[in-house]
Design a protein around this ligand. Structure first.
Ligand code: CP
Length: 335
């Protein structure tokens, strides 16, 4: 019988996989951002800082590139990706971890012949990987994969569900800029209904006190009730607004997202997620605020904003390397 539940082990709330009535195997899957408590988040962020410093030094960089030699990960992406896949693979290589990869797995793996993700996992488990990084268009598919895997599985984005490692790098970027993750006013805008990154980031920020989230979108693309319920139960205040300029006027962080056209039944129903950031619309944004975006950007942030010192989205993407190094280091260290 297979059953999955949160379990606290090595600081990371791992999943408990019951193979039969007496064998229990603890596997360090990363399926949801909820598995990370503030203590573990701090540990990962500190390690990411450490890796950034080590990479700046030639000798340390070389030593690091041998740290986990002999280990191997597999990246299994059923959906397109630039940042997540390439930063995971680069992070692995910088730690001496080998990489086996299939991009467009929906087309180029045996999924195209009808193989289930459960069967694919049973097979990949035979090859001795230290972790399998999965992106999948179906919400919950990565959790299903983890349910049958004794190899650690990392969620690199599942449908409109979650993107936990993106939330890690988003929060890490905020911490770098403000030195804290509490007492912040965060505007989350764009496609909040189908965007998985905002869902994971809202969950993460709800763990820290006195944050206030302002959701800015058109009614059809507003944040789903499950996240609003979670914020309420954690004591994180939030509001919904269609007044962009007012929302921006006293915010610390602006987290903007694109319309997730690939998740819409009729993409033609929407031209955009309702609001575009242009120089004029951010005129009231405080000078010490930051603008983030998980990227890719389409046209919801005008290119004219890129030169604004508050625009941090490219540095944010760069931080993904250090965060994924820290995460892989933790998982490889346990395997
Ligand atoms: N932010 C993000 O997930 O980007 P990719 O789709 O390029 O991986």
């Amino acid at each position: 019988m297979l059953s999955m539940q949160d379990f606290s082990c090595h600081n990371l709330r791992t999943t408990r996989l019951w193979l039969n009535s007496c064998d229990i195997i603890l596997v360090m899957h990363v399926v949801s951002i909820d598995q990370f408590d503030t203590k573990l988040l701090k540990e990962i962020f500190d390690q990411a800082d450490n890796f950034q410093k080590l990479l700046d030094d030639k000798d340390s960089k070389k030593k690091l590139s041998e740290k986990h030699s002999g280990k191997q990960i597999c990246t299994l992406f059923y959906e397109p990706s630039t940042r997540t896949r390439l930063s995971f693979e680069t992070a692995a290589l910088k730690l001496g971890i080998g990489v086996v990869s299939t991009e467009s797995a929906g087309q180029f793996s045996s999924a195209s012949k009808g193989e289930t993700i459960e069967d694919t996992m049973q097979v990949l488990n035979q090859y001795g990987f230290d972790a399998i990084i999965i992106r999948h268009p179906e919400t919950g598919a990565v959790k299903r994969a983890a349910n049958v895997s004794q190899t650690p599985v990392i969620n690199a984005g599942d449908g409109k569900g979650e993107h936990p490692t993106q939330a890690l790098l988003d929060a890490y970027t905020i911490r770098k800029e403000f030195g804290r993750l509490d007492n912040l006013r965060i505007v989350m805008g764009g496609d909040l209904k189908y965007g998985r990154t905002v869902r994971s980031l809202a969950r993460l920020l709800s763990q820290y006190p006195n944050n206030h989230i302002i959701f800015v979108s058109i009614p059809k693309l507003m944040m789903d009730q499950d996240i609003k319920n979670l914020l309420t139960s954690s004591g994180t205040t939030f509001e919904e607004s269609t007044n962009l300029e007012q929302a921006l006027s006293d915010s610390n962080v602006v987290y903007w997202t694109r319309l997730q056209k690939e998740r819409l039944e009729k993409p033609g129903d929407f031209d955009s997620a309702g609001f575009d950031l242009i120089k004029e619309s951010i005129k009231n944004l405080p000078l010490d605020a930051i603008i983030l975006h998980p990227l890719p950007r389409v046209d919801e942030i005008a290119v004219e904003i890129d030169s604004d010192p508050r625009a941090k989205y490219f540095q944010q993407a760069g931080n993904g390397l250090y965060i994924r190094m820290a995460l892989l280091d933790k998982i490889a260290g346990e395997s």
